[in-house]
Design a protein around this ligand. Sequence first.
Ligand code: ADP
Ligand code: MG
Length: 255
Amino acid sequence: MSEQVKHILYIEGLTVSFDGFKALDDLSFYVEENELRVVIGPNGAGKSTLLDVICGKTKPEKGKVLFYEKIDLTKMKEHEIARLGIGRKFQTPSVYEDLTVFENLAISYPKRKTVFNAVFSRLSAQDKEKIEKVLESIGLIDKMHFKAGLLSHGEKQWLEIGMILIQDPKLILLDEPVAGMSAKEREKTVGLLKKIAPGRSLVVIEHDMEFVKNIAQRVTVLHQGKVLCEGSVQRVHNDPKVQEVYLGGYKVAAN
Ligand code: ADP
Ligand code: MG
């Protein structure tokens, strides 16, 4: 390769307005290749909107959103962005409740886009092996034949992470993956994210400080559509501006 690309995400001057209200306000945000970044911030800070722009669901008013410092994501459609290797998990789990865990993964497999194909056409040994590998990493190998509707809330979240993993994305965007989970499930999720992080980049939105401490390398704090502070967990935790936002009347809510 002639030049080394450092940033998988290169975002500058990003502004998103809803009826004149700036959900993101001249935001700059950079994520390096193979980095696991955690984004925190109070409710309404613009965290989900940031992911919406990256995955093409929301188009910005202004700003640069580049993948590998070159590909302009603001010009692309959602499915094109997904095909580039960007996988996104929304806040609420959306699995196919009537299909089994295995079938949910099979249907998410690239090239097997219909239920008919996923369930009835023969999977190659290689496909099966890949699905089993994902089942193992999300801890659901023993429940592969369960209907997804029977899973606990936490297990559905893991299955949805699996449905992203099976597509082998370069960049994974997770919006509050531990929301509504028990302490034990949160702990398991930390292990899962650490296991899947090597070899790809992750942006994880969260507000639970305990979780953030366990997982984070670098943390970005968003507030009112801007970066309030960025750095190590310790640095962010000790920043007076961050303490003011978190303690001074802004409620940290679940969405
Ligand atoms: P967070 O995920 O940090 O809680 P969001 O990105 O969901 O915050 O929202 C940021 C702000 O933008 C909030 O004030 C929210 O009400 C507003 N907002 C988000 N999406 C829309 C939308 N589609 N239409 C209007 N306002 C929106
Ligand atoms: Mg949100």
